[in-house]
Design a protein around this ligand. Structure first.
Ligand SMILES: *Cc1c(COP(=O)(O)O)cnc(C)c1O
Length: 403
């Protein structure tokens, strides 16, 4: 094994010159002329919303992930809300999820007036620990919401077995994991419902947008009604049938994704596999550099998965560094590397602390990871030079703070 060279340059945070002149973001979209054309065509068409592009995008996504149905939403958060509604969560119920996620994963349980219950994560993947979930199941538990942290699939088979034993629904928050593979299958065709986001930092964007995939026809129908005010047919179906009559059968929302957005999504899908390949290439380059670099720990990949690499989160080895995560973060920012931290554990946000009385320390694995996590730039539009800049900046900062 070769040992990566240590840089002796002065870090930018101490007045040295930064590795880059402009900030490299941690994530960003790629939009090309074909995407712009697809949107323009839809703008010139008869339907700006709930037209042919919605169904086309949904069908393409269902086929691609290997699910029977896909239902689009105006955001990943709306999609999570719809999934929480569809599994029947209501006041008095509990749903178990990871504390190391974006707040929306737990918030969707609160939207249904149910209670989110956190379970700690595994040390290696930072995904839900099945044992911790099992220990928190009560008579009130109705659902489990595993999160595919950073794009590494959660151990869904183990969670599904547990859910089956207790009659629970599994909603996989795969907002990081479009295109990830779990035991040879694409994420999206495994859990009872799987949720994706099309926010610009994700693998494919529609500006804002989201999707739920499922094999369950009853779930699919409820999801469609929920996103359209609880109405049992959409305007397009009525127009085709020459009918004006419709029925509102449940209390839904307007969570529809527009035809404009779906036209963009369909066009972006054509580049999805190439984009995933590029992210995997970048991850492989990073990992080969960081495996041998003292002070940083590369993310773990289990043998039965192929991650989608939404994020590339390193963990600092604080025993080998004279600085903490915050100083390390500031030092990388000074080099113009747009690092980020994913995530402040949800239960440590003031809203959750105040409402549920969390004091911190309840989920030691997630909290210890949080103290050491830094997400490096990871997006398919990164050039080889961008990747080298990141490696160079990390080496420089490690060289300075290494003990
Ligand atoms: C992005 C994201 C969401 C929410 O998606 P939006 O489309 O931004 O509403 C939910 N959960 C996780 C884990 C995410 O990364």
């Amino acid at each position: 094994m070769t040992v990566a060279p240590v840089s002796s340059e002065v870090p930018a945070i101490l007045g040295g010159s930064p590795v880059r002149r402009t900030l490299l973001p941690y994530g960003r979209q790629s939009i090309d002329e074909s995407d712009i054309q697809a949107v323009v065509e839809t703008l010139r068409s008869d339907c700006l919303t709930t037209g042919p592009k919605v169904a086309e995008f949904e069908e393409a996504m269902a086929a691609w992930v290997g699910a029977k149905y896909a239902v689009s939403f105006s955001s990943g958060t709306a999609a999570l809300h719809a999934a929480a509604f569809t599994c029947g969560l209501q006041a008095g119920d509990e749903a178990i999820t990871s504390p190391l996620t974006f707040a929306a994963t737990a918030n969707c349980v609160l939207y249904q007036a149910a209670t989110p219950v956190f379970a700690d994560v595994l040390e290696d993947t930072l995904n839900l620990d099945r044992e911790q979930v099992a220990a928190r199941i009560t008579a009130r538990t109705k659902a489990i919401l595993p999160v595919d942290y950073a794009g590494h699939p959660a151990d869904i088979d183990a969670i599904l077995r547990l859910a089956e034993r207790h009659g629970l629904i599994v909603i996989e928050d795969a907002c990081h994991a479009l295109g990830a593979e779990y035991r040879g299958r694409r994420v999206g065709g495994v859990a009872h419902m799987t949720v994706f986001s099309f926010h610009p930092v994700k693998h494919l964007t529609t500006g804002e947008g989201g999707m739920v995939t499922t094999d369950n026809p009853v779930f699919a129908e409820t999801l469609r009604r929920f996103r359209n005010h609880g109405i049992s047919s959409d305007a397009r179906q009525r127009q085709r049938a020459g009918q004006w009559h419709y029925e509102m059968v449940l209390l839904g929302f307007n969570y529809r994704l527009t035809d404009i957005a779906c036209a963009l999504g369909l066009q972006q899908m054509k580049k999805l596999e190439a984009n995933l390949a590029r992210r995997r290439q970048i991850a492989a380059q990073y990992t080969s550099e960081f495996r041998s670099m003292t002070g940083v720990v590369a993310p773990v990949v289990r043998p039965d998965v192929n991650p989608a690499w939404h994020l590339y989160p390193i963990r600092l080895d604080l025993t080998k560094l004279s600085a903490g995560r915050d100083e390390f973060f500031q030092a990388l920012r000074a080099e113009n590397i747009g690092v980020n931290v994913h995530y402040i554990p949800v239960h440590r946000h003031p809203y959750y602390r105040d409402r549920f009385g969390y004091k911190g320390g309840e989920f030691p694995v997630a909290e210890a990871a949080y103290e050491r996590l830094i997400s490096l730039p990871m997006f398919h539009g990164m050039s080889d030079n961008d990747v080298e800049d990141v490696v160079c900046a990390v080496r420089k900062v490690v060289g300075h703070y290494g003990t």
